[in-house]
Structure formats: C-alpha cells, structure tokens
Design a protein around this ligand. Structure first.
Ligand code: ARG
Length: 576
C-alpha cells in the first residue's frame, strides 16, 4: 500500500463522505471537516468537532449529526471505535493492527509516508543573507539554521526549492571600506581573519568620517567610482566579497548548509532603474522631500523610499527587483524570507508594493525573535557580535566531554566525529525547538541536556535503539526482523506505534506553518514514548516471535527519529 495521505486527512475525507450521504440536501458552502489529534489520549486518538458548527448551519441537533457520523463511519479495519462525547464531539480510536500495518508501509517509503503536497511547485527560500565585510551576527545564525530546516522540509514534501543566500554585498558602506582599506589595512590581520579585519577597517573609516567631512566626501567618491565600474575599486570590492564568502562558507560547511544560489544585492544592480520605471508606469511613484517614494500611508505603512535624495537606491528597491527577477526566472508559488523581527516593516512595505503592482506570488516573511544570550555564555566582542566559530568550537568541546564520559572505550577519532554531530546538533536544535517568535534564552545546560528536550537526548534515544538492535542481531542471528510485523499488543507498544505513524503529520505541520519546532516537539514525544517502552519490556529476553516484532517496532522508531532529525539538519550517529 502506497501512502497517499496523512491519517488526519484520511479521517477528514471519511467524515466528509458520510456527511454528504447523510445530508443529500447539501452541506454549507465551503464546509470541509477537520479531524485532529486528540490532546488527551483518554478521549481517543483523533477527534472531529465539526458537528456543532454544522448543526447550526443545518438547523439540526449536533448529537443527531454526530450519531449519523458514528453510524456511517464503520471501518473495523482502520477504526476500533467511533464515539460521541459531550454535545457532539466525535472521538476516533484506531485499530492497533491497522496502525502496525501502516508503520510497515511507512518503512518502505523514503519520505516515511509524507505525501508530496508540494507537487513540484517552486518555493524560493531567502535565508542566511549576511553582509559582506561584516561578521555574521546571531540573527544570521538563526536565519541560517531555521532557513535550512525549512529548505529541507519543503524538499521533503515535494517542493522544488531554490535556496538563495541574498548577501548584503552592495551599498554605501563600500565607499568607507574602500577608502579605509587603502589607509588602514593590516595585511597580516587580513590573511588571518579577513572578515574581522575588513570590519575593523570599516569601523575605523566610519569613525573618521564622523570627525572629518573631507573623509566622508572621499568615501562618497569611492562609492561612485565603484558604482560606475572603476576597475580598481571593482577588483577590490570583488576581493572583499570573495574573502567574506570564503569565511561564511567555512561556517556553512560546519553547519552542513548549501545554497543553490548566492545572489547578493549587487546581482540586481542593473535592474534598479527598471523598478522605478515600473512603479512610475503603475502610477505609484511620488516625490517626497526630494526622494522618490511609494506612499503606503493608506495601508498604515508610512512611505517606502525607493530612491534617496542623493540618487541612491534603497534596500526596498533591491528587494523589489529581486522579486521580479525570481518570478521571471523561477515562477515560484511562494518566496520565503527568513530574518529577525526587526525587519518586519521593511518586508510588509515591499510586499504591499508588490501586491499593488499585481504580483501574484505569495510572499512570506518568516521572522524570529532575537535569542537572548546570558552574560558570559559566548565570547563576545564589542557590539555584542558573536564569533560563530568560537561558538561552534565550544559546542563541540562540550559534546566531546559528554561522549568521553558516555563512551570511554570508543576510539578517539570516532569520539570526535560523534562530538561534532552532537555539538552542532545541540546548537541547531536549541534554536529549532523553540517557537521562533518567542523570546528564548540560550543556555548550554538546556542545549546539551541528556534528560530534556535537546538534540543529545534525541540522538541518544536513537543510538540506544541501534545498540539494542545490534545486540539482538549478534545474539539471535536467525531472527528475521524484516519479516516480522511491529509489536502492537501492549499499551506502550500501541502508543509508540501510533506516535511513529504520525510522523508525516508533524512534517507537514512544520512545513506548512514554517515552524520547525512542530517537528522537534513531535520527535521529543516519540523519544519519550520510546523511553517508556524501553523501561517497561524486556527486549532480548522476550519470547520467540514477540522478540522480532519488538525489534521491528523499535527499528521503525529509530528510522523515524533519524529522518526527523535529518529534516532539522541534525545527524543521528549510530553510537554516542
Ligand atoms: N542582508 C540583510 C541583513 O543582514 C538580510 C537580507 C534578507 N533578505 C532580503 N531579501 N532582504 O540584514
């Protein structure tokens, strides 16, 4: 059986079918029932609360509608029971044998039964997007980690994803950097840590421009020269971009992040004049205090400046050009932008302008709050800029300590490899397991906790299962786990199998709502259910037949954990 839909969806369709049969006079327009997981397992596995609203619309008694549903929803293969509760809630309980078969079917599919809802539609995901000649700050790190999870989730759900690193590689700061580079460069420092040196140069040049009017003027001239294609400035600028990108790449490699495109702002430079023409033609361009703007007062969004008084274009102008270019080239259904919350107004503004221009692509700003860093957590430099490498090193160092304690017998090289997966995983997960829009405080204790909602906890659960499976294989080489069907006798087994078959729902929820934490929550619950099971039954001491089916169940759980972690960009080592 090829899985074509999720369980909640399948039940919803059944409900819909029964209702159309029971009420041939017709259902209210636009009505589509929804079946959701129950919050409390005592009420069943899934529930439908639509009878009440439907009763109102049809002028009927909700219990009568519920009764019709119960009567029509007989499917003993899939459902153990369908019951009415309270004023007309319908509670469903799945047949554990059905759930076990579902799990077998999931094991056969690479996406573990996740329907390809993307259907090949294209999504552009604009994430990470740091600025050249400046170190990545915490906002870029979060954007990288969250954006990459959304990237993986969408590909998994059958979307064609174009990931684009929209580097800040153009703009007024380059005048100051060019000038500063010629006066303040320390070549050794540049060789040792290019971005840090470029930033130092920028800061020094900026300071000087505050005190020295002629310096500022020279910087402006350098910028104009760059924009007009002066070969010397152009070559230097390219060098800045290459050096910065090289350093960013080191971090991307460590985080296992890859982009399809690295199109910085400069890529759209030649399109900017066209943006103004298009706005003009649409009657949207007005002049305000010498600048060219789009008036968004009526939308309560102020004014959006597209050309400054001095003739320079703005961040919004580039973003408009970028939308037009992406639409032309990729025809995406959606463009996602992952940045911190401080840019909300910018995105609202240019999204609104796009709408006024009749662009049909769905533009979504996926914003996140800033993560709070308790004093002393990270090595910070002035201005609260975190050296990301230092952070990654620290994570791996802490993880190595952990691995050395848990697996002292493991060869050192392997310990390091595992520590890398655990350390980087812990950092990513600390970010991804939070509601991105809530304010969180990062602590190492929480990120590395072996007994809480952390990557190491999930990785440990996964490795623990693999080790049971290995022991089993060594002790019972004749057991055929592939031929066994997952254990579904004990309540703990039924709970675990049910959780495991809900993987696709968690994946789709996370992708649809741009909330990787939905998947993280799910994985945590799955690991907890496993832990309960692990403590409640003997594995290797259970009797013939039962033993294989238990192995089959936990193997599916391990595969599910691994797949889920993979979607968050986190590795699941076989041993910890
Ligand atoms: N470079 C920007 C920054 O560091 C982020 C760019 C986000 N993407 C975009 N298309 N505006 O703040």
């Amino acid at each position: 059986m090829k899985i074509s839909t999720t369980i909640d969806q399948e039940l919803g369709e059944k409900v819909h079918f029964v209702l159309t049969q029971a009420f041939p006079e017709g259902l209210p327009e636009g009505f589509s029932p929804s079946v959701v997981k129950t919050a409390d397992a005592r009420n069943g596995d899934y529930q439908c609360n639509d009878a009440m609203a439907l009763a109102k619309a049809l002028r009927k008694n909700p219990r009568e509608i519920a009764a019709k549903l119960v009567e029509g929803l007989t499917d003993p293969e899939m459902l153990d029971s369908v019951e009415v509760a309270g004023p007309g809630f319908i509670n469903f309980r799945l047949n554990p044998a059905w759930t076990a078969r579902r799990l077998l079917a999931m094991d056969l599919e690479e996406t573990r039964g996740t329907p390809a809802v993307g259907g090949g539609k294209t999504v552009v995901i604009d994430y990470s997007s740091p600025n050249v000649a400046k170190p990545m700050h915490i906002g870029h790190i979060r954007s990288t980690v969250i954006g990459n999870a959304l990237d993986r989730l969408h590909r998994f759900c059958g979307y064609t994803v174009i990931s684009d690193n929209h580097l800040g590689d153009w703009g007024t700061q380059f005048g100051l950097i060019l000038l500063g580079y010629r006066h303040f460069l320390n070549a050794d420092a540049l060789a040792a840590s290019p971005v840090q040196e470029l930033e130092r140069i920028y800061v020094a040049s900026y300071q000087k421009s505050k005190e020295d009017e002629s310096w500022l003027e020279s910087a402006r001239q350098e910028l104009v020269k760059l924009q007009q294609g002066d070969p010397e400035n152009r070559a230097l600028w390219e060098k800045f971009v290459t050096l910065s990108l090289g350093e960013f790449e080191k971090i991307y490699r460590r985080l296992d992040v890859r982009f399809d495109l690295h199109r910085g702002e400069s890529f759209y430079n030649d399109d900017l004049a066209g943006v103004l023409e298009r706005l003009e033609a649409a009657g949207l361009l007005v002049e305000s205090e010498g600048a060219q703007v789009v008036d968004l007062e009526a939308d309560k969004l102020g004014i959006c400046i597209v050309r400054k008084r001095d003739g320079g274009f703005n961040y919004a102008t580039t973003d408009l050009a970028t939308v037009f270019s992406r639409v032309r080239e990729f025809n995406p259904e959606t463009i996602l932008y992952v940045t911190d919350e401080r840019q909300q107004r910018h995105f609202k503004q240019f999204f609104t302008v796009c709408e006024k221009l009749g662009e049909e692509v769905s533009l979504q700003h996926v914003w996140f709050g800033l993560m709070r860093l308790p004093e002393g957590t990270f090595s910070t430099r002035q201005g609260n800029v975190i050296k990301l490498e230092v952070l990654l090193d620290e994570a791996e160092r802490r993880a190595l300590e952990m691995v050395k304690t848990s697996s002292p017998e493991m060869p050192e090289a392997q310990q390091r490899e595992v520590a890398r997966a655990v350390g980087i995983g812990a950092l990513k997960y600390a970010d991804l397991s939070q509601n991105p829009q809530s304010l969180v405080t990062f602590t190492w204790e929480k990120a590395m906790a072996l007994d809480g909602n952390s990557a190491p906890y999930l990785q440990y659960a996964h490795a623990r299962i693999r080790s049971v499976l290995d022991k089993h294989a060594a002790q019972f080489p004749a057991d055929d786990v592939d031929a066994a069907s997952p254990a579904a006798e004990l309540p703990a087994e039924q709970v675990l199998a049910l959780k495991a078959v809900q993987f696709p729902e968690a994946v789709l929820g996370a992708a649809r709502h741009y909330r990787p934490n939905y998947l993280a929550d799910y994985l945590y619950e799955l690991a907890q259910n496993y832990s309960t099971y692990h403590q409640s039954v003997p594995f290797l001491k259970s009797e013939d037949g039962v033993r294989e089916s238990r192995m089959r169940l936990i193997r599916s759980v391990a595969d599910t954990l691994k797949a889920g972690l993979g979607l968050l960009g986190i590795e699941a080592p076989e041993r910890i």
